[in-house]
Structures are given as structure tokens and as C-alpha cells.
Write a protein of this length. Structure first.
Length: 315
């Protein structure tokens, strides 16, 4: 939440500064950056909606709760980055190349880009700090956690800010080349090219974020590490013979649903089976605290079908 609020404040201020500089200078690169920041600001609102709505309790219509709200709003943010930021930046660059006119008053643009860089750096530093804390809690390195984490909100902030910093560098480079009138059509060539490159960067970021959110919306499983921990916890119980099948799905970044088919010893009585199920559920939650819903299908070993079943954690 803190990282999103920090990014919202920074991007809102940056949007105003960049839009003013774009109007003063007439730079396509600055206009592309302004639209980029406006898109980022709107995306922070989407992420805040996801953080608010996903906490709603389960209902008859949504018995598994609203955890996937965070995945949905992150997906909307990715689409918005592409639809508003990337598309317009590329369009603005193409227009500048077709109708070249060199930007003016570039000192304003340099000042705005410098201030924007500092604000974006502060925003991404806050997001990285939060992710580093989460990574330590999970016993992972920062990059391992970023790769394995199912939290699209933090990833969106980090990727957006990274793209913003890269976009500022591209815009500044375009303005420097513009000022020295290098290349065909004077400086307008480099200004238009900078706008197109910013659009390409945004398109790549949008694709990565959309791909991540899509997988989670479609019911992505827990990480291999979590699946192994859950399977080992189940098999650690003395009454469990083996795990026949284990299915997992993230309902939210820190909410996992599991459905397991397990074989129990033949000599267990009904009361012992009930007690074993309760103990297995406790072992599962102890091994992986993110597990929120558990569905166990039990059968005595002699009642299990002869067909070979491959457990997910063995794949």
C-alpha cells in the first residue's frame, strides 16, 4: 500500500510538470513522457482499487472470496499502459517524423526531467525497500522473490518506475541530440525517435505485466517450493501412505487453495480418519501459512485405484 501511494503522489506531480514542459517546448518526447506519467498515475488508482476490493468477505456468488480483484486491476493497469502510454507515444513520434519541427526552450525540459528522475528514483526505492522486506520474510533474495512472488501490485509499481526512469533517459538523450541538431530534419528527427522508443519500452512493460496477471487470473498454481512443502507436510503424517494428487491455486497473492487426494493406512477406523484429516490440515497450514482453503479427498490404500497417478509436486 505504501509503495502504491508513494508512486501515486510522485506520478501525479510528475505528470503536471511534464505536461507543462511539453506545451512550452513542443517536444514529442516530453509529450510521450507526460502521457506515460498520466497513465502511471491512473494505474496507481487501479492498484488501490484492487487493494481495497480484494479484502471483501466471501459470498454466495463468490464463495472463494474476492482475492483475484488484485490480479484483475493489475491486468487493467497493463492494458492502460499499452492503450494510453505506448500507443500515443508511438503515434506522437510518427507525427513528429512526418511533420518535423524542432522543440524550443529546452532548459525547461531538462529541469523537469531532472526533477522527475529524482521523484521516480524515490518511488522505486520505496517499492524495492518493501519488496526486500517481503523477500527476507520469505527467506529469498530480492530477485528470486520478484520472480516467484504472486503479488502483481508491487511488480507493477517496480516495472512502471523502471520504465519511467528509462523513458526519462531516452527523452533527455533525444533532447540533447535535438539541441545539437544531429541527424536528418534537424533535431526533430531525434525528438520523434525518442518518443517512439518510449512507446516501445511501455509496450514491452505492458506485455510483461499483462502476461503475469493473465496467468494469475487463469488460476496459477503455488510456487514449486510451496507445493513441495505442502506435499512433504502431508506425507509426514504417520497415517498417510502417499499423496496421489495435489492441486494448488492462488486466490490472492497470499491466499492458496489446495485440493489433495491422499491414501491412508488400511487399518484406520472412521474416528481415526477424521482425526488424521484434521491433523494433516494443521500440518499443511504450518508448512505453508498462505494456505487458506483445503479440500482433502481420502481413501484407504486398498481402495485406491490401480491406475498410476502423478502428483503435481513430482512433476
Amino acid at each position: 500500500m505504501l509503495a502504491v501511494l508513494g508512486a501515486l503522489f510522485a506520478n501525479a506531480l510528475i505528470s503536471i510538470l511534464k505536461l507543462g514542459a511539453a506545451m512550452i517546448t513542443g517536444s514529442s518526447g516530453m509529450m510521450a513522457e507526460a502521457l506515460h506519467s498520466i497513465a502511471d498515475t491512473t494505474n496507481q488508482v487501479f492498484l488501490l482499487l484492487g487493494l481495497r476490493f480484494f479484502k471483501r468477505p466471501a459470498s454466495k456468488k463468490h464463495p472463494f472470496g474476492y482475492g483475484k480483484e488484485r490480479f484483475f486491476w493489475s491486468f487493467i493497469a497493463a492494458i492502460f499502459i499499452f492503450g494510453v502510454g505506448s500507443t500515443y507515444a508511438i503515434y506522437e513520434g510518427v507525427v513528429k517524423l512526418r511533420h518535423p519541427h524542432a522543440p524550443e526552450n529546452l532548459k525547461w525540459a531538462y529541469w523537469v526531467l531532472a526533477i522527475s528522475f529524482l521523484l521516480e528514483a524515490g518511488s522505486i526505492a520505496l517499492a524495492i525497500y518493501q519488496e526486500t522486506k517481503e523477500a527476507r520474510h520469505e527467506g529469498l533474495t530480492f530477485f528470486a522473490y520478484l520472480r516467484e512472488s504472486k503479488d502483481p501490485t508491487a511488480k507493477t509499481v517496480i516495472f512502471e518506475d523502471s520504465a519511467a526512469l528509462l523513458g526519462i533517459v531516452i527523452a533527455a538523450t533525444g533532447l540533447l541530440l535535438t539541441e545539437h541538431h544531429a541527424g536528418p530534419a534537424g533535431g526533430a528527427y531525434w525528438d520523434g525517435l525518442a518518443s517512439i522508443l518510449i512507446g516501445v519500452v511501455l509496450a514491452v512493460v505492458a506485455f510483461i505485466l499483462a502476461r503475469t496477471s493473465r496467468g494469475l487470473l487463469l488460476g496459477e498454481s503455488a510456487t514449486p517450493k510451496s507445493v513441495r512443502a505442502i506435499a512433504q507436510a502431508i506425507e509426514s503424517h504417520p497415517n498417510v501412505v502417499k499423496v496421489v494428487e495435489l492441486l494448488t491455486m492462488h486466490l490472492a497473492p497470499k491466499q492458496i487453495l489446495i485440493n489433495a487426494h491422499i491414501n491412508l493406512r488400511d487399518d484406520l477406523m472412521t474416528e481415526e480418519i477424521v482425526k488424521t484429516v484434521e491433523e494433516v490440515e494443521e500440518l499443511i497450514k504450518r508448512a505453508e501459512p498462505k494456505v487458506e482453503m483445503i479440500f482433502l479427498e481420502t481413501a484407504r490404500q486398498s481402495e485406491s485405484p490401480d491406475a498410476e497417478c502423478v502428483s503435481e509436486y513430482e512433476a
